[in-house]
Design a protein around this ligand. Structure first.
Ligand SMILES: Cc1cc2nc3c(=O)[nH]c(=O)nc-3n(C[C@H](O)[C@H](O)[C@H](O)COP(=O)(O)OP(=O)(O)OC[C@H]3O[C@@H](n4cnc5c(N)ncnc54)[C@H](O)[C@@H]3O)c2cc1C
Length: 484
């Protein structure tokens, strides 16, 4: 049953990024008016960067669980992305992935991911969400506090450009949704209105990113796999990762990352050296045959941070979604999908309970964090094992769970049934509980049924790129050969 809005119900969304625009789409059918408040002065009309989205300079994988959720909320978005040059990359066959357990086989497609820049992903969503007739956005508006008390939030205080320069004003709302991201001031805002103290857990592996765009080599601009060299938390040393993702305009978006003690730097001369020194040099070999076309950009705000609003006595009329509630180490690529699935849960709650009912916010908060909880377990289940990680040390249960996941990853190399279950979870199509199903447990107990691969499975076209001479530059002119 869909609840048609009664009277003039207004939902105010704080932040106009991915979680904010998806929350707007989720609530639009259930309220008279949705107002999105964004502090950036403008939201671009094209897939262009904007100042308050610094992470967009880094490769963003949108798994099919998240992409399908976005399509469900805003039908036609996938076509808009693909029409603008994004790629639909099949999984697992479109991924050349070196996991802690070895090289994955390229089994036939069970899932997919969207290969596009973050700016293109946001543009595709924003264009559709802000075109909904009862959704409005006001840019250049910085939310400074909540209005209300411990029992109910009734609006927000904002600062924006007015006739006399910066002006403060109050905007009333029946429902306020905080989607101001990783830097959200929500805990301070709650304290200011006498709200609850919210339990917060931080697990920080000190991950730093360094990213750069390359022009893909001729012949590798499309239908190109993700190249992903993963870390192995069991090695007892910093985890270093390289990902190459094919995006629009014939480009590769390349991100390096390293946990505390193994971080990449902004030094251009060291970028490919880092890629070469990870657990396998395959990504560096491809990069040696591609042309860098951007500066190296670094980013270090990557801690896993979970705030348990759903367990606190929160004021009515207030929900927190996206990174503001749960921010995740980006290496696992789950933040956008968790936000999208959370927005679907927000919509589904609004379809059952009127948005202005006193119980709505508590029901919605419980529902929106569920997808993020699964992603949280996957991220901290690995990050707790890296040297220097800040946060609770791994318990015996964590160690057993990590051993089970490693055994599954190893079994997955030779077992389609297990790789399907792992990919269901990795792409956020299914909850982590599928890994405990009898068929999966049985397969894990039987272990590897086919031999480990000695090297990456490359197609002739992929190998032909490696067979070319490396482009002349820097100290790697004499790069060696990998693959067949
Ligand atoms: C390096 C890096 C790589 C990543 N890679 C991936 C990936 O591969 N796959 C993936 O799924 N996720 C990835 N993520 C995570 C992803 O970026 C986030 O999960 C996602 O951006 C969350 O969206 P959000 O809308 O909650 O927050 P954000 O996108 O951070 O947006 C917050 C918005 O709120 C606005 N705002 C903030 N404060 C105020 C205020 N006071 N008033 C008004 N507006 C305000 C900001 O201007 C901004 O527009 C990555 C993150 C990082 C850092």
């Amino acid at each position: 049953m869909t609840h048609q809005p009664t009277g003039h119900t207004r939902a105010v969304i704080l932040g106009g990024s991915l979680a904010g625009t998806l929350a707007a789409a989720a609530l639009a059918p259930h309220v008279a008016e949705v107002l999105v408040l964004e502090r950036d002065r403008t939201l671009p009309e094209t897939a262009a960067p904007r100042p308050r989205l610094p992470q967009a300079a880094h490769a963003h994988m949108l798994w099919s669980g998240g992409a399908d959720a976005i399509e469900d909320l805003l039908p036609g978005t996938t076509d808009r992305w693909l029409g603008a040059g994004a790629h639909r990359i099949p999984i697992p066959n479109g991924m050349v992935s070196y996991s802690a357990a070895g090289w994955y086989r390229r089994w036939s497609e069970t899932h997919y991911l969207i290969g596009a820049s973050r700016d293109l992903i946001d543009w595709g969503v924003r264009t559709a969400a802000l075109a909904i007739p009862n959704v409005r956005v006001r840019t250049g508006m910085t939310v400074t506090s909540l209005v209300g008390d411990a029992s109910k939030v009734t609006g927000v205080r904002v600062r924006g450009e007015g006739k006399e320069g910066k002006e403060e004003s109050v905007i009333d709302a029946d429902l306020v949704v905080d989607t101001t991201g990783r830097g959200s001031k929500v805990l301070e805002w709650l304290a200011q209105i006498g709200g609850p103290v919210v339990e917060e857990t931080v697990v920080d592996a000190g991950v730093r990113y360094a990213s750069r765009r390359y022009r893909a080599p001729e012949g590798a601009e499309a239908d190109w796999p993700v190249i992903h060299i993963q870390a192995d938390p069991r090695e007892g040393k910093p985890g270093q990762v390289v990902s190459i993702i094919s995006i629009e305009d014939g480009q590769w978006h390349v991100s390096l990352s390293g946990t505390r003690g193994g971080e990449p730097t902004a030094d251009e001369a060291l970028f490919e050296e880092f890629a070469r020194a990870v657990r396998h040099p395959l990504a560096a070999e491809f990069l040696a045959r591609a042309e860098p076309i951007s500066d190296v950009v670094v980013y270090g705000r990557t801690a896993n941070r979970q705030r348990r609003f759903e367990k606190a006595a929160m004021p009515a009329g207030f929900v927190v979604l996206g990174d503001a509630a749960t921010s995740l180490n980006p290496v696992y690529g789950h933040g956008m999908s968790a936000a999208a699935l959370g927005a679907v849960a927000l919509r589904d709650t609004a379809a059952k309970t009127p948005v202005n009912a006193p119980e709505f916010a508590a029901q919605a908060q419980k529902a929106v964090v569920r997808p993020a909880d699964a992603a949280w377990l996957l991220a901290v289940g690995q990050d707790r094992f890296y040297p220097g990680t800040i946060g609770k040390a791994p318990s015996l249960a964590d160690k057993l769970a990590a051993r089970y996941v490693h055994r599954l990853s190893r079994t997955a190399i030779g077992n389609f049934h297990v790789v399907k279950a792992l990919t269901d979870v990795m792409t956020m199509k299914k909850p982590a509980s599928v890994l405990g199903k009898p068929g999966v447990l049985f397969a894990a107990a039987r272990g590897l049924r086919r031999p480990l691969l000695k090297g990456p499975e490359l197609t002739e076209r992929e190998q032909s790129i490696l067979d070319r001479e490396p482009l002349l530059r820097g100290p790697h002119e004499d790069a060696g050969r990998v693959g067949r």
